[in-house]
Write a protein that binds this ligand. Structure first.
Ligand code: SF4
Ligand code: SF4
Length: 96
């Protein structure tokens, strides 16, 4: 992979734990990801490459990744769990 990439991927992590991997040399600046992001996280930088402008707004929907025609942006969802009661273990036979 390293040999194939002209540039190391840019890595960004949101406060909620979503991790962005951006392959800048794949990005052609088409803005599709910018248009589809429902929370306006993304924009273009001064080189017309995708930039994560507001990582704190990311909800991890992965629309940007799914819509990018050049596989230039990848999202790994964070593992933030809601606070609350842990689920009770259930036995295979259904006994409590
Ligand atoms: S959709 Fe892909 S190629 Fe287009 S601006 Fe976004 S990351 Fe770059
Ligand atoms: S994962 Fe969803 S909210 Fe986060 S940057 Fe991509 S489109 Fe926007």
């Amino acid at each position: 992979m390293k040999k194939f990439l002209m540039q190391e991927p840019a890595l960004v992590q949101s406060p909620a734990g979503h991790r962005f991997t951006i392959l800048r040399n794949f990005c052609k600046g088409c803005r599709i990801c910018v248009a589809f992001c429902p929370t306006q996280v993304l924009g273009l930088d001064d080189r017309f490459k995708v930039a994560v402008l507001h990582p704190e707004r990311c909800i991890g929907c992965r629309l940007c990744e799914l819509r990018c025609p050049d596989i230039a942006i990848h999202i790994a969802r964070g593992s933030v769990r809601k606070a609350g009661k842990a689920a009770a273990p259930v036995s295979r036979s259904g006994e409590k």
